[in-house]
Design a protein around this ligand. Structure first.
Ligand SMILES: Cc1cc2nc3c(=O)[nH]c(=O)nc-3n(C[C@H](O)[C@H](O)[C@H](O)COP(=O)(O)OP(=O)(O)OC[C@H]3O[C@@H](n4cnc5c(N)ncnc54)[C@H](O)[C@@H]3O)c2cc1C
Length: 450
């Protein structure tokens, strides 16, 4: 395994919207930045969302330009499909060991033409589509992935060699080795985001086995313009659903699962998805079973009221159990919290759970910082006056790595973490040079977001 060395001012771990924004803000100030992203593309969860609350902008239309701005920025380099294994403090910053995983495709030679993908005979559940669509054993991660480079899933590859034969640049290389890269950096920004709790944790809701019980991210893909089916169909049998139910707090605020906190985004994305489903399927009946509706942000209450005015039914109820009938329809046993607390059974065509938002990564061993005992998110030592500060000077945190939050809050935190990192870098004698005003000028965004 070779050992390359890189030296940058700042290392950003995680290439979701928070990491991209922090990197762009630092790069615009002239700092040299490296983004390390564990997935094969940057973009994080935002690039997989359909539209975003409360404005209903197309998510990929506003996320793709940010991805492109980072990837074309002359002060930013990006390693995808790579992970930080360990970090140590040095006399003037940090030294991180980054593992570059092999794609079995030569990055410099692949043109993203996808001929390998068309030739591959293996079909597997597509992670980007929440397992709903199929991908091949050699594949480009998704249509607007950055970089547009294929990778081979060697565990599922049958080594038939068809991809090698059709590749016009001979980029397939089954002998590619993992590479360890040593990165020296003055400061580190953690932007490793979130993951959703696994549906198997909720045995009373079918434990992930009921085909027409999905999670919120899967429904984002059903609603996306280039989603797995091209329209909204329930995955169990391809039927157009006439009745869809949302089950809120299906993991959050549940001490039995070790998640006592509120995940903050679920009420709003459920309302958003309900509105979008009503647009796609005008005859659909939608019910949201909730404990409380938390519509706390700017424009959120009006968004909620609009949903009610559209005819979306809100039922304050606890969902005790989900089973299915012989037509694969989910059957919900509910205790209605308003009125007399009566217990009822209601049948829907499709159910969407709002699982808990959990930390995307535990950085405590590899990156030295403390995490919170209660929830595992990165511990902020000054949550009120300097929310980007971690327990280690020179390591900052942004976005969902510090706790569940929506996109605007993630972006604001990313800007704050970049400002803190910039001040820290100046303090240790590193100054940005050749500033780049273009991507940092927010007025350029006014035309993008309407
Ligand atoms: C179903 C659903 C719908 C939503 N809809 C909306 C909406 O409409 N509007 C809104 O404002 N918000 C919405 N959100 C919230 C939104 O997804 C988040 O606010 C946003 O994506 C957070 O960005 P982030 O960069 O902090 O994290 P992420 O998007 O999770 O990005 C983190 C990145 O870090 C990478 N990473 C993780 N660990 C490592 C590691 N060890 N090394 C390297 N890289 C790593 C991950 O692969 C990922 O690319 C929704 C959330 C859900 C669950």
């Amino acid at each position: 395994m070779s050992n390359r060395k890189l030296s940058v001012d700042a290392l950003v771990i995680g290439g979701g919207i928070a990491g991209l924004q922090a990197a762009i803000d630092l790069g615009d100030q002239g700092y040299q930045v490296l983004i390390v992203e564990k997935a094969p593309s940057i973009g994080g969860k935002m690039i997989s969302l359909s539209k975003v609350f409360p404005t209903l902008d197309c998510s990929s239309c506003i996320c793709t330009p940010r991805m492109a701005a980072a990837s074309h920025h002359k002060n930013i380099s990006i390693m995808t499909y790579a992970e930080v294994e360990a970090t140590t403090r040095t006399h003037d910053g940090f030294e991180a060991t980054v593992l570059q995983k092999p794609r079995y495709v030569m990055e410099d030679d692949c043109t993203g033409c996808r001929l390998c993908e068309f030739a591959c005979p293996v079909e597997l559940p597509h992670e980007f589509e929440g397992g709903l669509g199929a991908r091949k054993a050699v594949y480009v991660p998704f249509n607007n992935a950055i970089p547009q480079i294929a990778l081979v899933d060697l565990e599922n590859c049958i080594l038939c060699g068809r991809c090698e034969k059709v590749c016009p640049t001979k980029a397939i290389n089954f002998l590619q080795e993992p590479e360890r890269v040593t990165v020296e950096a003055g400061a580190v920004i953690l932007a490793t985001g979130y993951t959703l709790s696994d549906m198997s944790a909720k045995e009373q809701y079918g434990g992930g086995r009921l085909k027409n019980v999905l999670d919120g991210l899967q429904v984002e893909r059903l609603l996306a313009p280039h989603g797995p089916y091209g329209r909204v169909l329930r995955p169990g049998d391809g039927k157009i659903p006439d009745s869809v139910a949302y089950v809120q707090c299906a993991g959050s605020r549940d001490r039995s699962l070790g998640v006592p906190y509120c995940s903050r985004v679920c009420c709003m994305y459920a309302i958003k998805q309900a509105m979008l489903l009503s647009g796609s399927l005008p005859l659909v009946d939608i019910t949201i079973y909730y404990m409380d509706i938390r519509a706390f942000g700017k424009g959120f209450e009006q968004f909620y009221q609009n949903a009610k005015a559209m005819g979306i039914e809100f039922v304050k109820a606890k969902v005790a159990k989900i089973t299915e009938d012989d037509q694969q329809n989910p059957v919900l046993r509910i205790e209605v919290m308003e009125e007399d607390g009566r217990v009822e059974e209601r049948t829907h065509d499709m159910v969407v759970l709002s699982p808990a938002v959990l930390p995307g990564w535990d950085p405590s061993r590899a990156v030295l910082v403390d995490t919170d005992d209660e929830d595992g998110f990165v511990h902020c030592v000054q949550p009120k006056l300097a929310p980007g500060y971690t327990s280690q000077a020179g390591i900052f945190v942004a976005g969902n790595a510090a706790g569940p939050k929506d996109i605007p809050d993630s972006i604001v935190e990313a800007g704050a973490a970049a400002a803190e990192a910039s001040a820290y870098l100046r303090g240790i004698g590193r100054r940005g040079y050749e500033p780049e005003p273009a991507s940092g000028d927010r007025s350029a965004l006014v035309g993008e977001v309407t």
